[in-house]
Design a protein around this ligand. Structure first.
Ligand SMILES: C[S@@+](CC[C@H](N)C(=O)[O-])C[C@H]1O[C@@H](n2cnc3c(N)ncnc32)[C@H](O)[C@@H]1O
Length: 264
């Protein structure tokens, strides 16, 4: 009876805690622009300065407000793409094109091609014509594209070889991420780099500059799919680095999480 009561109280406390955070989350969403303004004054650390004219040219001046859920990683993605020296970069999830711009700046520097895939039409995003020469956009479900269209697309464009750099930033749901890994990973080259964004999605998340953002609960969707693929357990709330199943892996938990994996 005593144990039963203890378990009951613990369960109720967890439910109350979840309700509290969800409620606070929806209130914060309603007043988000106001909160952004306050944070603009309170945040004391600056973002990364862009030295590169391509990155500066395509992204504009950083840091800027309001911050978004990719603010901590624009410079990181650029660096990771450059040092991987890819010929073919594939981006899953374009939306308003923050990562697209970063990847195009890197592509311009190293002579790579970028293929972006999104289920909605993002072909009209505002990108300087100069950078569009290296860019292909396909509106499609990314899993379907890998299974039925990718090979055909490559031969149509006269592109040879496998994918050297894969950036995944789509639904952040577990089942979908499992499928993405299943269909896209066989298309990777021997030394490919894969970046997963949103590996630490939370109701509220913290950025490098001490500001916070409003997230959601995806039940560890992305990181769970990676755990399953690598047959290991990972704590996405902390930084980690390691070598698992032939992959070097490094994770940064800030700002909804950024996990880089490189085949070694
Ligand atoms: C978080 S946004 C991407 C943000 C983008 N990477 C950026 O930096 O601006 C997620 C995108 O994934 C797309 N998406 C969701 N499910 C998808 C699917 N099954 N196939 C392709 N794109 C999908 C959505 O339409 C949305 O534009």
């Amino acid at each position: 009876m005593h144990v039963w009561l203890k378990q009951f109280i613990q369960r109720e406390l967890i439910t109350i805690k979840k309700l509290f955070w969800n409620h606070l989350n929806s209130i914060c969403r309603k007043v988000a622009p106001f909160l952004d303004k306050i944070q603009e004054y309170l945040s004391f650390r600056k973002g990364c300065i862009f030295l590169d004219p391509h990155l500066f040219g395509i992204m504009g001046r950083e840091p800027k407000f309001p911050r978004h859920c990719f603010s901590d990683y624009t410079h990181q993605l650029y660096f990771d793409a450059l040092i991987s020296k890819p010929k073919l970069i594939v981006e899953l999830g374009t939306d308003y094109g923050v990562s697209t711009r970063v990847l195009l700046a890197a592509a311009e520097n190293i002579g790579a091609t970028l293929l972006s895939i999104d289920i909605k039409d993002c072909s009209g995003i505002d990108i300087n014509e100069k950078y569009k020469k290296k860019w292909y956009f396909e509106q499609c479900d990314d899993v379907y594209f890998a299974q039925h269209k990718f090979d055909h697309w490559k031969s149509n464009q006269g592109i040879e070889g496998k994918i050297d750099f894969l950036f995944i930033d789509t639904s952040h749901l577990y089942d979908h991420t499992v499928q993405e890994i299943h269909v896209w990973f066989p298309k990777l080259s021997d030394h490919a780099t894969v970046i997963f964004h949103d590996t630490n999605v939370r109701t509220f998340y913290r950025r490098h500059d001490s500001s916070f953002g409003i997230g959601w609960n995806n039940n560890r969707g992305v990181i769970r799919a990676i755990e399953e693929y690598l047959k290991t357990s990972l704590d996405e709330k902390v930084d980690f680095v390691g070598c698992v199943q032939g992959w070097a892996i490094k994770h940064n938990p800030l700002c909804v999480g950024y996990t880089i994996m490189k085949r070694i």
